[in-house]
Design a protein around this ligand. Structure first.
Ligand SMILES: *Cc1c(COP(=O)(O)O)cnc(C)c1O
Length: 454
């Protein structure tokens, strides 16, 4: 009279259509994907090809349903295919898809961004990479200096000068993190450990008059969720001001996701400082390619056609993308942010509970409503504060955990170095699916052995 639970009874997922598509994709695209992390290289296995999404769910080409904890890497705060966004986009499309002239939605999106953030002006672009690339160029043009300071583990898109790794601990002139980036492109980039104010101070002491800007994620979300320690961003802001450099806060991931005013609303607005330049993307495009950079009026005045620093884009401010972004932002009310915070806290609690019960060493931590589980020993790393900390994870445990969650219908980021994302559409049913998937996944992580995983 064994009661068979639905989990035990669930057959292995059929993934034949994804497998076929992946084989076709591999023929025409390197790695079969158009952005590397989608390829499952870090976790092994075949990526799932999605056919449809609605609310908190993704549906793959084999018909499997997943609770989505990636949310397109951030943009889908309202959930997938939100009816009001879909309707606004459908209406916009019938009015033409691109004009190559100024248009109404881009002005309204600019107004909305300026209204929510401390920037005086914005320039719309098509990707976060373009936003950070342009912000760096503008900072260099404005200051007439060349050096850029960034932090290990912070991702700012695939800009040549920002694709740099660093030596450990000490201020190092960076070497390119990828072939194809000339040494000259990163020679003016200094990479420092995240959350290490002393290292930033030292760097300003030795190179202060040559530093154009410090760029940082407002809260790091590309090595897992790693919040800035209290006062870190404020210190960056004041050091920059002291030395005539610009402080560039990259909110491509956090902007309009962790709150109405992004991460700045959680620290700068409280502590009374303002970045000189900011970059935005993801949520502000509502699932379409739209991003922006903005900042102080006197700095933005350096941008063409007003000033000498050139920057342009055929599809910048595209009416469809701007409409999707604007509609998303207008629907992202205080209630939506409260719901995101609540779901994030619930899921964090469930993950912590399951991993603890299975005896898997871990740290679950958040930066606003971005969060992630780090498979580190909390005795050694009680809080993950830097890329070096994040690198102490037992990656084989994450791999086993990831695949067990996937099998049970939960789509996690396919890397241990990514934040997890929820949406306001994650309801009780979605949370229940996560809750029932967790015990088995935690057990799989506990049983995983470094050499035994595929
Ligand atoms: C995603 C991201 C980028 C790059 O944006 P793309 O639109 O992928 O080019 C830049 N900075 C941060 C913090 C990001 O999370």
């Amino acid at each position: 009279m064994a009661a068979v639970t639905s989990l035990d009874a669930s057959p292995a997922q059929n993934t034949s259509a994804s497998t076929d598509l992946f084989a076709r994709a591999l023929k025409v695209t390197p790695g079969g994907v158009n952005s590397p992390v989608r390829a499952f290289r870090a976790v092994g296995g075949t990526p799932r090809f999605m056919a449809r999404a609605a609310g908190p769910y993704l549906y793959d080409v084999d018909g499997n349903e997943y609770v989505d904890l990636v949310c397109s890497w951030g943009p889908m705060i309202l959930g997938h295919a939100h009816p009001a966004v879909v309707e606004a986009v459908q209406r916009a499309v019938t009015a033409g898809t691109s004009y190559g002239t100024p248009c109404v939605p881009e002005v309204e999106l600019g107004v909305e961004i300026v209204d929510r953030t401390p920037v005086d002006q914005v320039r719309l672009v098509s990707s976060g990479t373009e936003a950070t690339m342009s912000a760096i160029r503008l900072a260099r043009g404005f200051t007439g200096r060349e050096l850029v300071v960034k932090f290990a583990g912070c991702y700012h898109g695939h800009v040549d000068s920002l694709l740099a790794s660093a030596g450990s601990g000490v201020a190092t002139f960076a070497l390119p993190g990828t072939p194809g980036v000339p040494i000259g492109s990163t020679a003016d980039t200094i990479v420092l450990p995240y959350n290490d104010e002393a290292a930033v101070r030292e760097t300003f002491t030795s190179h202060g008059d040559r530093i154009a800007c410090v760029i940082t994620e407002a809260a790091a979300g590309n090595m897992g969720a790693v919040a800035p320690v209290e006062g870190f961003n404020a210190a960056l802001s004041s050091l920059c001001r002291e030395h005539g450099a610009l402080f560039v806060s990259d909110e491509v991931m956090t902007g309009f996701r962790v709150g109405r005013r992004g991460y700045w609303g959680l620290d700068g607005a409280v502590e009374g400082w303002v970045p000189d330049l900011m970059t935005f993307g993801k949520v502000m495009g509502g699932g379409f390619p739209a991003a922006a950079f903005g900042g102080r009026r006197d700095v933005m005045a350096y941008l063409a056609p007003e000033g000498p620093v050139y920057q342009a884009g055929t599809l910048s401010g595209n009416p469809i993308a701007a409409t999707a972004g604007l509609t998303t932002l207008r629907l992202a009310t205080d209630e939506v942010y409260a719901r995101l915070d609540q779901v994030a806290a619930t899921v964090m609690g469930l993950v912590h509970e399951a991993l603890s019960a299975a005896g898997v060493p871990h740290v679950v931590q958040a930066a606003g409503n971005l969060f992630s589980a780090f498979f580190v020993d909390p005795g050694e790393v009680p809080v993950v504060r830097s890329f070096a900390d994040a690198n102490r994870q037992q990656l084989h445990q994450f791999r086993a955990f990831f695949h067990a969650m996937l099998e049970a219908g939960v789509y996690l980021p396919p890397s241990a170095f990514e934040a997890w994302f929820v949406s306001a559409s994650h309801d009780d049913r979605a949370v229940d699916v996560i809750a029932s998937a967790l015990p088995k996944a935690a057990a799989a992580a506990a049983a995983a052995r470094p050499e035994g995983t595929g």
